[in-house]
Design a protein around this ligand. Structure first.
Ligand code: ADP
Ligand code: MG
Length: 376
């Protein structure tokens, strides 16, 4: 990929720029916890966006996307927003830096990536953080701190791409460190690195390649349930709720709200338990918690679907250590912690059986926890 990017750069602009990269991410555990002030536990992966970039001394940006095979040119004022979706991520990053008082001038860039698009690995965050990191280096003497770089990516999604996302994806993509996961406290925004030593195991995503579009927005409904229960308990978010407090008001809330809140309270604790287990090198406990999360997402939070439950069943039957839905639900991937000695068997079984039932094979993405945004 690096070679292709360099060749394209030479061909289109002459010479070479500076190479930057950033990564997609996984989240080991901590689902639907971000908007409840809880914890998430992501890490950057070995699937990246790379860009060769060079200031061009004008007020125009010229970017070529290798994967889309398209060239786009835009100015740096609000009215210059490009029509192409992929270019809006880059334009958005430029604008968000400028809005914060930072400096961006014209540049030439060629980029490519291998983060699968729309599979839940956050290719968009990889793209944003690659350019945010690069423009901070090239035009701002690295004066913008890393958290701000993540927020620049998040604001890009909100203001230029119509995606009302939290901070986790951009955070993971900017802060990612090889061999480490990061526990982010979504209330205080404090974070901590945890070594992710899983010798003898692999992490693999199984992408169902289905996405169920639901009529009413289940995401908003889940949020509202959580907010109702928090209000009833007299607290800001479910972060401060306990199972005992929830049980005490069980008769005053709907059964649905009860189970939604129960999941969130349990999930918060599971993230902490997984961190402890990792520090002891106890992958079996990590895996068990992943299954518990799946169960909770499926039965209590009700954001699973037939295909994801089927993937989870197959994993269980194959003796996979841990498996769960990753992401918001209703489709997308499961994340699986698999012992090396059953890995090949699991992959062939899940591929075969899923195909047998649904008529298409799932996509398989083995991942290694790697560095986030950096200069190459
Ligand atoms: P994801 O879950 O992967 O973040 P999104 O829909 O949020 O899915 O973002 C995918 C979008 O990001 C693509 O439609 C495209 O506009 C942009 N993108 C991601 N990777 C690339 C790439 N390698 N080349 C061009 N655009 C990309
Ligand atoms: Mg995205």
């Amino acid at each position: 990929m690096e070679k292709t990017i360099k060749q394209e750069f030479e061909k289109r602009f002459g010479g070479e720029g500076t190479m930057y990269a950033s990564a997609g991410r996984i989240n080991l555990i901590g689902e639907h916890t971000d908007y409840n002030g809880g914890f998430v536990f992501p890490g950057a992966i070995d699937k990246v966006i790379m860009a060769d970039i060079r200031p061009n001394g004008t007020d125009k940006v010229r970017v070529f996307s290798v994967d889309i095979n398209e060239n786009v040119e835009f100015g740096l004022e609000e009215k210059d927003a490009p029509a192409q979706q992929w270019a809006r991520y880059i334009f958005g990053v430029c604008r968000e830096i400028i809005k914060r008082g930072g400096n961006v001038k014209g540049f030439d860039a060629v980029f490519a990536g291998n983060v699968p698009l729309g599979a839940g690995l956050s290719s968009s965050a990889a793209l944003e953080s690659c350019f945010a990191f690069a423009l901070n280096d090239l035009f701002n003497g690295n004066s913008i701190d890393k958290f701000e770089l993540a927020k620049i990516g998040q604001s890009t999604e909100h203001n230029y791409c119509g995606v009302n996302c939290g901070i986790m994806d951009q955070f993971a993509s900017v802060f990612g460190k090889k061999g480490h996961l990061m526990r982010l406290d979504c209330r205080s925004m404090e974070y901590e690195y945890f070594p992710f030593n899983i010798t003898g195991y692999k992490l693999v995503l199984v992408d169902s390649q289905v996405k169920h579009a639901l009529v009413d927005s289940p995401y908003n409904k889940r949020r509202q349930s959580c907010e109702r229960v928090a209000a009833k308990l007299g607290i800001d978010t479910l972060r401060d709720a306990t199972k005992e407090a929830l049980d005490a008001i069980k008769g005053e809330i709907s059964a649905e709200d009860y189970f939604r809140a129960k999941f969130v309270i349990e999930e918060k604790q599971r993230v902490l338990d997984v961190c402890d287990a990792l520090q002891r090198g106890d992958c079996e406990t990590v895996g068990r918690k992943m299954y518990e999360t799946h169960e909770g997402l499926s039965k209590d939070y009700e954001v699973s679907c037939e295909e994801l439950d089927y993937l989870n069943d197959i994993a269980r039957r194959c003796g996979v250590t841990g498996s769960r839905i990753m992401g918001g639900g209703f489709g997308g991937c499961t994340i699986n912690l698999v012992k090396n000695d059953i890995y090949d068997q699991f992959i062939s079984t899940v591929t075969h059986e899923f195909n047998g039932r649904y008529g298409h094979e799932p996509k398989i993405y083995p991942v290694i926890i790697s560095d986030g945004a950096h200069k190459c």
